[in-house]
Design a protein around this ligand. Structure first.
Ligand SMILES: C[S@@+](CC[C@H](N)C(=O)[O-])C[C@H]1O[C@@H](n2cnc3c(N)ncnc32)[C@H](O)[C@@H]1O
Length: 281
């Protein structure tokens, strides 16, 4: 066959999203979550919306966005969009220095009630890492310790409640904890791990938007983990969030932020005691 008659290889077409649709969706996302997605995230937004649009039976992204705003799609679709646009990366025992620090504090103050909150708990790995550490250091019998995990994303809260993780995602768990606190799945759960029921009973998950006022009678917490979420907010929103979060800290309560999320020089009522660890002043 002469070369010129060979069929051309057709690249799969990239879905298109107009500047107006991008603006509408990212404005909605920013209003709800407080997070600004800039033009640099255009491709990411397209990929994430394309999957949702496909699932709802629409191939044209601009038409999908239009239906989102004109009520052509069920209300839950907006929640799905918000869920999909959040960045949920997390893993067990992430930033391990924090866990070493907290282990130390628990050993020095086992008498405290140790109510802990993770304000951006994603799919639950941070919460269950804490639960393993607390079960190890405080026991699972008489000590009343408990953990609350909250996140904006309902999908992530659902995953966290299930506490079921693929084995490939559990490398960060120390072998002794794996043995003691995780159950290996068999049959249809082959390749997965379920966190032990005694730990699951100590952990509660709810949706909570950090951009909004905290629920009444929330806290006080002896430690709050607010890691790898502040980086996504603009300055004003970040300061307002941290102020609200600090108000839920018990006196002498600890605040852990991600190592790239400094709270220095913001005039907040906290004192730095270790890298990315603060105490309520
Ligand atoms: C990158 S994950 C961090 C997870 C965990 N803290 C860690 O360090 O591994 C960020 C999480 O923040 C959540 N998030 C984003 N905006 C939020 C908001 N306004 N309120 C509550 N959670 C939010 C996202 O849904 C996501 O699960």
């Amino acid at each position: 066959m002469p070369l010129e008659t060979l069929p051309e290889r057709v690249a799969p077409s990239t879905p298109q999203l107009s500047a107006r649709s991008f603006e509408r969706v990212t404005t909605l996302f920013r209003e709800v979550s407080g997070i600004k997605l800039t033009q640099a995230k255009h491709a990411l937004v397209v990929t994430r919306l394309a999957k949702l649009a496909h699932e709802s039976g629409e191939v044209d992204l601009d038409r999908y966005v239009e239906s989102l705003f004109t009520g052509g799609l069920p209300d839950e679709e907006v929640t799905r969009v918000i869920d999909r646009l959040t960045t949920n990366e997390t893993y067990f025992f992430r930033e391990p220095e924090h866990f070493r620090h907290f282990a130390d504090v628990l050993e020095r103050h086992p008498e405290r009630p140790w109510r802990v909150w993770s304000g951006a708990s994603s799919s639950g790995e941070e919460i269950y890492s804490l639960a393993m550490l607390m079960a190890d250091r405080l026991g699972l019998d008489s000590h009343p310790w408990g953990i609350v995990g909250t996140d904006l994303s309902t999908a992530m809260v659902g995953q966290a409640r299930r506490a079921l993780y693929s084995q490939g995602r559990t490398q960060g768990i120390p072998p002794a904890y794996l043995k003691r606190y995780c159950l290996k799945g068999t049959g249809e759960y082959e390749g997965q791990l379920l966190v032990d029921r005694r730990l699951r009973q100590r952990a509660h998950f709810e949706t909570l938007n950090l951009m909004q006022a905290l629920p009444a009678a929330f806290g006080p917490f002896d430690a709050i983990w607010l890691r790898n979420v502040l980086i996504y907010f603009e300055h004003e929103a970040k300061v307002a969030i941290v102020r609200r979060v600090i108000s839920a800290l018990a006196p002498q309560g600890l605040l852990y932020t991600g190592h790239s999320e400094s709270l220095a020089n913001l005039g907040l009522p906290i004192r730095s005691i270790a890298p990315a660890v603060y105490v309520r002043a």
